[in-house]
Design a protein around this ligand. Structure first.
Ligand code: GUN
Ligand code: FE
Length: 420
């Protein structure tokens, strides 16, 4: 398959690669070439013509909560811990009911695809059955990514708390059932250190190693949370050390937030290849703080973007890129030495940077999975300019899902599911 269009992507964070009226070839879901001409060897392949449209990599949302989709826009006067207790835990407790969960997961998955996300990493709930339903639904819709059964065996309401052995046994069953999945894989998902006993954390670290699974959790989001972790885990040197001691910090780990990191925690993340997930909407809404994203990148930390609904109120990584840029520029006033995020850097974080968590994802270089969006920006570009970076900038800042006219995931066209 060959696609023709105004192609723009990032191979590195500092600049865009632009191919006006260019071509991308794909075979078996992977990019075979991207260039201004069709190479000789591919001349007999048919061309799908998107002339005049922007063609860009699809977006990677590395951290969000499928069951919280129904809460977007609620509870925004609260900070993290009361927000969890009063809004989030009661909602998540309902996902043991099959019909309740199915209807709402369908809405969430459809909207994530609609907004241009081609790879998503979800937290589900503690419930094994509906978490499996979420994986199956993503597969059915054609959305690639990861989903995890949440683990929590302490410091949460009685109606959600898990028995440690049951939590581990169910996570093992979940890993076993999904271990050969191709498009939507399981991810080990201890909610965050306060909700997990040391025995649960240790068991999950061992399980992740045994099944070679990725891991996700939250860290250093809020000062009350950080102080609480210090009380709960007095032997640990710091918050990150709680995860490290239990085998949960490695190059397959995603850690959401990373706002209030100690220098030694940042070093630990860099040394272990952990990827930090920047979730600016959530950080603003529940008053958590401003992640020093530029300083983290300068320290050599791997960084991606997450919507983190419903702490976050956006489902779109476009909106997340914009707020990441804005927060970084606000931070710059107090920390000019950090510099501020540039457009190509924010785009990189939402595509190739975050995509690297999945392997060769988020770019149009040869061998990359062909995840792409075709964007009709004519309504945003009434002056008819043809500078691709300028057109992309307008789409990022002023566009939305209505401009997306086609989505490809892993080489296949994917429609927004018509489920509701
Ligand atoms: N920390 C633990 N659980 C959560 C959650 O659901 N959302 C956010 N933003 N932070 C958390
Ligand atoms: Fe989260």
């Amino acid at each position: 398959m060959i696609i023709k269009g105004d192609i723009i992507y990032t191979t590195e964070k500092g600049s865009f690669k632009q191919i006006p009226s260019g071509y991308i070839g794909t075979a078996d879901g992977r990019v075979t070439f991207a260039g201004a001409e069709i190479p000789e060897a591919f001349r007999n392949e048919s061309v799908t013509d998107y002339s005049g449209r922007l063609v860009m990599p699809g977006f990677c949302d590395l951290h969000t909560h499928a069951p919280q989709y129904e809460n977007i826009g609620r509870g925004m006067d609260l900070t993290l811990l009361p927000w969890l207790e009063t809004l989030t835990f009661p909602t998540e407790s309902r996902y043991g009911e099959r019909d309740y969960a199915e209807k709402r997961y369908r809405r969430a998955v459809a909207d994530v695809i609609r907004q241009g996300t081609t790879r998503a990493v979800f937290f589900a709930t503690t419930h094994l059955n509906s978490t499996q339903m979420l994986i199956d639904m993503m597969e059915e819709a054609g959305l690639c990514g990861l989903a995890g059964k949440v683990n929590m065996d302490q410091n949460c309401p009685g109606y959600l708390v898990e028995d440690t052995d049951v939590s581990l046994a169910e996570t093992r069953a979940f890993a076993e059932k999904n271990k050969d999945n191709v498009h939507v894989k399981p991810i080990v998902s201890p909610r965050f250190a306060p909700s997990c006993t040391p025995r649960l954390l240790k068991g999950l670290g061992e399980l992740a190693a045994e099944y070679d699974l990725p891991i996700q959790s939250h860290i250093n989001e809020n000062m009350d949370e950080i102080n609480w972790v210090a009380e709960l885990f007095p032997e640990a040197q710091n918050y990150a050390d709680v995860y490290r001691q239990n085998g949960l910090l490695n190059s397959q780990t995603l850690m959401a937030h990373c706002i209030h990191m100690k220098p030694e925690e940042t070093r630990m993340f860099v040394e272990n290849g952990v990827m930090a997930v920047h979730c600016p909407h959530s950080n603003a809404n529940i008053a958590s703080g401003m992640m020093p994203v530029k300083a983290m990148m300068a320290a050599g930390m791997r960084v991606g973007l997450g919507t983190d609904f419903s702490g976050g109120n956006a489902v779109s990584i476009l909106k997340t890129m914009v707020l990441a840029l804005q927060v970084s520029k606000l931070r710059y006033q107090m920390h000019p030495e950090e510099g501020f995020l540039k457009l190509s850097e924010a785009f990189f974080l939402g595509t190739k940077g975050g995509g690297s968590f999945f392997g060769k994802v988020g770019s149009f270089e040869e061998g990359y999975a062909f995840d792409a969006l075709v964007v009709d920006d004519s309504a945003l570009n009434r002056e008819g300019g043809n500078d691709l970076e300028d057109r992309l900038s307008r789409f990022i800042y002023a566009g939305d899902d209505r401009n997306i006219v086609q989505r490809y995931i892993d080489g296949k066209p994917v429609a927004v599911p018509d489920w509701d």
